[in-house]
Ligand binder design. Structure first.
Ligand SMILES: [Zn+2]
Length: 111
């Protein structure tokens, strides 16, 4: 399958994985540092990097699921109701696995 959605999904997945590797490469705090402010800032930065990495990892996981669905020929099919997901939605949210209506229903059920 060589559609615009497929190319977009793959590219997004590669971007996320590359960013994840960048975030993981953030140097660890220098615990021997005598300057408390430096250390505090460094820890804060690390915390932020960790949060970003967690979010990226979750995104990568969702994108990977989408890639698996694509391999199964189910990428454009809503996992909830089975109708096809609009191309515009897949280009906006490459890791979407449901149509808009089902997504809204899931969000309502989850909150
Ligand atoms: Zn649906």
């Amino acid at each position: 399958m060589k559609t615009m959605e497929a190319t977009h999904l793959l590219k997004t997945y590669r971007d996320v994985v590359a960013r994840l590797q960048n975030e993981a490469a953030v140097p660890t705090a220098d615990a021997a540092s005598s300057d408390f402010l430096d250390l505090a800032q460094s820890v804060e930065h690390q915390e932020l990097a960790r949060l970003t990495a967690t979010r990226l990892a979750e995104r990568a996981k969702r994108l990977h699921t989408a890639l698996t669905r694509m391999a199964d020929g189910e990428y454009e099919v809503c996992s909830e109701c089975g109708t096809s997901i609009p191309r515009k939605r897949l280009l906006a949210i490459p890791d979407a696995t449901t149509c808009v209506a089902c997504q809204e229903q899931l969000e309502r059920a989850g909150s």
